[in-house]
Write a new protein. Structure first.
Length: 273
């Protein structure tokens, strides 16, 4: 499936980086007679590799083409989240969106307007938080869409199912990602607070996926639902209702985002342990 390749980006990146990090021993001439293998001096291999690949990047304003970002992509996407040029982000985002669009995957998750707004969101995220921020949002979209369609026929029969068969429109895209998107943009305005703002981005996405899991699982499997303001029993699907099943699912949804963010270094989990 096309979307699976998107989620495997971190694995591909790590593999490319490991391969690119390999460097053969240098050969030096000694006394103009013999070639003797010598050990290369200790250098920052990643910096050397990126600088050499950066020379291949097309010229242009930094706002459009960021040579460091293009070099990072060509050298294996790097390891830590780094900002990209806007045009670079738009191109990469379009290339990665294309398989999902052509196979109809996006149409099953988003309305046509939702696709356009998601493309804009994806471009902003790649431009500010690199592939890590982009794939985190894709993970949210995939997981949220899947859980929304759990027992969809039963929820629709009760009149509590999401409209449009669970497909997201622009209002859903920005309702879910506006806070995170603002944090991502703010990393470019206040780079000295980048780590804190990336934590804000991850927290916003974790909160939204938790809310989606809690709502959809609660509507599908909740046995006893209570109104959060009065704790009185209410039917499933009531606005503001909570259930044990939904609450546990919400914890699981937030953990999905948090663990992935830590795995791709959007957040340094050791700092908060």
């Amino acid at each position: 499936m096309a979307w699976l390749s998107v989620l495997l980006l971190p694995i591909h990146a790590a593999a490319f980086q490991s391969i690119a990090a390999l460097k053969p021993p240098q050969i030096s001439r000694k006394n103009s007679q013999l070639f003797v293998p010598t050990r290369a001096p200790l250098v920052d291999r990643k910096a050397t590799r990126l600088s050499s690949v950066a020379a291949l990047a097309p010229p242009g304003p930094a706002f459009l083409f960021d040579k460091n970002t293009l070099a990072a992509i060509l050298a294996g996407l790097g390891t830590a989240p780094e900002p990209a040029g806007l045009a670079t982000a738009a191109i990469v985002n379009s290339v990665l969106f294309a398989p999902l669009y052509l196979t109809g995957k996006l149409e099953s998750m988003l309305t046509p307007a939702g696709v356009a707004h998601s493309a804009a969101l994806g471009t902003v995220l790649w431009a500010t938080l690199g592939w890590q921020g982009w794939t985190l949002c894709v993970l949210y979209l995939l997981a949220g869409s899947k859980v929304t369609k759990v027992k969809m026929s039963d929820k629709q029969a009760l009149g509590i199912g999401e409209g449009r068969g669970g497909r997201r429109g622009p209002e859903n895209v920005w309702g879910s990602a506006a806070a995170g998107c603002l944090c991502a943009i703010a990393t470019m305005v206040w780079p000295e607070h980048r780590n804190l703002l990336m934590l804000g981005y991850v927290s916003a996405m974790a909160a939204k996926l938790s809310d989606t899991f809690q709502s959809e699982v609660g509507k599908a499997f909740g046995k006893r639902c209570f109104l959060i303001t009065t704790l009185k029993p209410v039917p499933r699907g009531t606005e503001g209702a909570v259930s044990v099943e939904g609450y546990l699912a919400g914890i699981g949804g937030s953990l999905v985002i948090a663990l992935y963010a830590a795995a791709v270094q959007l957040v340094e989990w050791q700092r908060y342990v």
